[in-house]
Design a protein around this ligand. Structure first.
Ligand code: FAD
Length: 436
């Protein structure tokens, strides 16, 4: 195989955005590889009625390349439903629609190879050698976009996987839960979507749903204008230059900017419980249990006994269920296939990689051989990093860095919020002005 300028590993939305931004740039030879047989966006969380938490304008390209033929609106026009889409006036676009858009783009771009898992990446002193199921690719640069592995807490690791599973496998496992008492553990959007679905008394109807979360309450995503400033290049530039300990502190305070449940989902859950309790509608019993930090689960062959500490009074409480769904999120870890390069990579605060402001991993290899990584720098680079919001901007930045020129004009107006006053350094030392 010919030497490539770039091999993309993984084709989720983030590397798909990079492939879409590279489309039409003739002097870049690239290939993108994915282990799946075809493109699919979180298929096991595609429950009926789920919605995008982000504007559809934050698609693969529009932020930096609004005339691209790979925008969400180009897809809607191609499907001949622009006016219907406008008339439907969705407050939030159905996730199924956005997934269909992504799949449409993936089906039309050249150089995307599915059914091809990457097994190992090595560096031969000059170039990267990417060993995949369908052969070895030689590349000057890499773009790693493999998403994140599911996070399974320690207390769940010994439990039987047929009855205790992560949300990332939920949809295909739901039919097994019919007539069961199900505990959903985790108070973010995935947990909320499952609770809403299970309480809704669908055809796989369960008997009881317990929703446990260590959060203070079931809290909504903060989608207000000043919080949305965190999802702008202006804030990203400020954040990337902060000291590591400051980043960590800020990140824990910004949780609800990206990790709360949608208001519409929370309202729906409340209404379902109300209807069941007061109007005799629906048979599924729901129990809402915030402030519960699960720390131990025992399984006797039939019944799970869940031990949780109540954050209000520190009392340990016990709950029983026939099945557990772990809505415990995702973690950042260096993938196995990067093991040959592990010792050469600098570790960042997010774990795995330390990324520079161009999303390039810091490593001890030649400066003209880059390892770009998407979705692995939440604490190093900011809360926007695991979200769709800035993906088109990020991939444009990667293209500029890859080519060493401003293919995309990323110049922005100064942020609406003055995050740092002019003349103030990141460490907060005001520059002393000399009065003439
Ligand atoms: C259910 C759900 C809903 C979400 N909704 C929103 C939303 O509305 N708004 C928002 O801003 N964010 C949302 N997110 C967060 C984020 O946008 C998504 O997780 C997004 O899919 C991340 O894209 P990605 O490309 O990094 O990873 P992924 O979508 O996980 O894709 C990674 C790809 O890499 C492939 N891969 C992995 N290992 C290998 C290998 N060794 N070789 C080859 N291929 C490999 C996988 O098969 C996969 O196709 C959501 C997340 C989830 C879980």
């Amino acid at each position: 195989m010919d030497k490539l300028d770039l091999v993309g590993i993984g084709i989720g939305p983030f590397n798909l955005s990079l492939a879409a931004q590279l489309d039409g740039i003739s002097d870049v030879k690239s290939a993108f590889l994915d282990q799946k047989a075809e493109f699919a966006w979180h298929p096991d969380m595609m429950l009926p009625g789920v919605e995008l938490q982000t504007s559809f304008l934050k698609d693969l390209v529009t932020l930096t390349n609004p005339t691209s033929k790979w925008s969400f609106l180009a897809y809607i026009v191609n499907q001949k439903r622009m006016l219907d889409f406008m008339n439907a006036d969705f407050a939030a676009v159905p996730r199924r629609e956005f997934a269909a858009y992504l799949k449409w783009v993936a089906g039309h771009l050249d150089g995307l190879i599915f059914g091809n898992a990457v097994r190992e990446v090595a560096f031969d002193g000059k170039d990267f050698q990417v060993c995949s199921d369908r052969g070895v690719y030689t590349a000057k640069n890499l773009a790693v976009g493999i998403g994140k592995p599911a996070f399974v807490p320690n207390w769940a690791r010994h439990l039987p996987t047929e009855k205790c599973f992560h949300t990332s496998q939920a949809k295909s496992r739901l039919p097994d839960l019919r007539g069961k008492r199900v505990a959903v553990i985790g108070g973010g959007q995935s947990g909320a979507e499952l609770v809403e679905y299970l309480l809704g008394g669908n055809r796989d109807s369960v008997e009881e749903v317990l929703w446990l979360s260590r959060r203070d309450n079931f809290e909504p995503l903060d989608d207000t204008p000043f919080v949305n400033e965190y999802f702008t290049p202006g804030y990203a530039d400020v954040f990337a230059n902060l000291p590591d300990d400051r980043k960590q502190e800020l990140m824990s305070r910004q949780k609800l900017a990206s990790d709360g449940a949608s208001l519409s989902t929370l309202k729906s859950i409340y209404q379902l419980i109300y209807r069941q309790r007061y109007l005799d509608e629906g048979d599924v019993v729901g129990r809402l249990l915030p402030q519960r930090e699960v720390f131990q689960v025992q399984y006797d062959g039939e019944d799970f006994r869940i031990a949780a500490r109540n954050g209000l009074n520190q009392v340990v409480e016990f709950f029983h269920a026939d099945a557990l769904i772990l809505a415990t999120g995702y973690e950042t870890a260096l993938p196995e296939f990067m093991a040959p390069l592990r010792a050469r990579l600098e570790e960042g605060v997010s774990g795995a990689y330390r990324l520079d402001a161009n999303f390039r991993a810091c490593w001890d290899g030649p400066a003209d051989r880059g390892i770009f990584v998407q979705n692995a720098g939440r604490i190093d680079l900011g809360i926007f990093e695991p979200q769709l919001s800035l993906m088109a901007w990020r991939s444009a930045k990667i293209v500029n860095a890859l080519l060493g020129q401003d293919v995309f004009d990323l110049e922005q107006n100064p942020p609406i919020v003055d995050w740092l006053a002019n003349g103030t350094s990141m460490a907060g030392d005001a520059v002393v002005q000399a009065w003439g």
